[in-house]
Design a protein around this ligand. Structure first.
Ligand code: 5AD
Ligand code: FES
Length: 361
């Protein structure tokens, strides 16, 4: 028997109802949840799928996030950093493939100089009519402002979990400042970015109510973009090895499964109807056959095909067996296109701001 009440579109999602849905296992009830999310997606952001070309600029990182395969302490990882010309080349590839947004992501790499980055943003904007999303970690307000002034449109920074104890266990702070990503998101919004965040699903020590609170925080922050994916243990990390963590009642532990991910994608769509929600690479990694499609059918409306040069992207190993790691930019494009058309959906023609709009509000 389903333990949840039937879900209406725009349902009144509270801590209790979200938690009940996260724990729901009845197949018919879940089918109803997924349908409600799909209808809400269509009504609010339409049938177009936004393609965002992802450039992984650098896998150097000064942080030690306990789950992450490119954290500072991964000594045996080959490190790379794209130079200006390589980045401009990737942006040109993205544009040639028809992508209307370029996402520049990296580890928290201080050698990515703020002024050089601003120059690159300006150059991409002068050469191509594209939106620019940045995902470069926790930087200073001055840097966020400089990049915004140079033309960056959006910034992504996941808060990973809204539970402060769990957050602190898996995110050692830098010695000279506390890590407060929610405060950063609020600053980014003030500076004028569209803001994106998200969490991992099934982190060791993550309880059902913690995850329900994450979804409520997505709504409270009024996020424009929300990325969620399963936690995938990396064997060469403290969390993957089990060296850090917190003890909780096993019945409280959220599983890091494919089905949990769909539930969170669907509930996120219902909580934030206008948001851009990707069907993530982590989801495609646990189900290489159909993960991307099922994400798109259960609330998601964005995919982020990789345009990083193939010889570099193999080193951007945040978790093992990552999808799309060996494919070229062209192969990923062809693959995504096939998947989108097979669903009867189409590739977006505009820049895809929040709510399916092609210009900022
Ligand atoms: N498993 C799943 N997702 C991960 N990320 C980092 N490491 C892992 C992992 N081991 C996610 C984080 C980060 C994003 C870029 O990738 O949520 O914000
Ligand atoms: Fe990259 Fe399918 S999307 S290979």
């Amino acid at each position: 028997m389903p333990s949840t009440t039937p879900i209406a579109d725009g349902a009144d999602l509270t801590l209790a109802t979200i938690t009940a849905w996260l724990r729901e296992t009845d197949a018919a009830a879940l089918a109803e949840l997924f349908d409600a999310a799909d209808r809400t997606r269509r009504r609010n952001v339409g049938d177009e799928v936004q393609l965002r070309g992802l450039i992984e600029l650098s896998n150097h990182c000064r942080r030690q996030c306990a789950y992450c395969g490119i954290a500072r302490d991964r000594k045996d990882l080959t490190r790379y950093r794209l130079d200006r010309e390589q980045i401009l080349e990737c942006a040109a590839t993205a544009k040639r493939l028809g992508y209307q947004t370029v996402v520049m992501q990296a580890g928290e790499d201080p050698a990515i100089r703020a002024d050089e980055m601003a120059g690159i943003i300006r150059e991409i904007k002068s050469r191509h009519d594209v939106a620019i999303t940045l995902s470069l970690g926790e930087r200073n307000d001055d840097e966020f402002q400089l990049w915004r002034d140079a033309g960056a449109d959006r910034y992504l920074i996941r808060f990973e979990t809204s539970d402060h104890d769990l957050y602190d266990i898996i995110h050692p702070s830098l010695p000279y400042r506390l890590s407060d990503r929610v405060a950063i998101l609020k600053r980014l919004r003030e500076i004028g970015y569209e803001i994106g965040s998200g969490v991992m699903i099934g982190l060791p020590g993550q309880r059902w109510e913690d995850l329900a609170r994450d979804i409520l925080l997505f709504r409270e922050l009024d996020l424009d973009m929300i990325g969620v994916g399963p936690y995938l243990p990396h064997p060469d990390t403290p969390l993957g090895r089990g060296d850090v963590g917190r003890e909780i009642d096993p019945d409280e532990q959220v599983p890091n499964t494919e089905e949990m991910t769909y539930k969170v994608v669907a509930l996120t769509r219902l909580a934030c109807p206008e948001a851009n929600i990707p069907s993530t690479t982590a989801l495609a990694t646990i189900n290489k056959g159909l993960g991307r499609e099922l994400g798109l059918m259960r609330g998601a409306n964005v995919v982020m095909p990789n345009v990083t040069p193939s010889d570099c992207r193999i080193h951007y190993e945040i978790y093992p067996a990552k999808a799309c790691i060996t494919e070229s930019a062209e192969a990923c494009f062809a693959c995504m296109l096939g998947r989108i058309h097979a669903l009867g959906r189409r590739v977006a023609t505009g820049k895809g701001y929040r709510g399916g709009r092609n210009t900022r509000n």
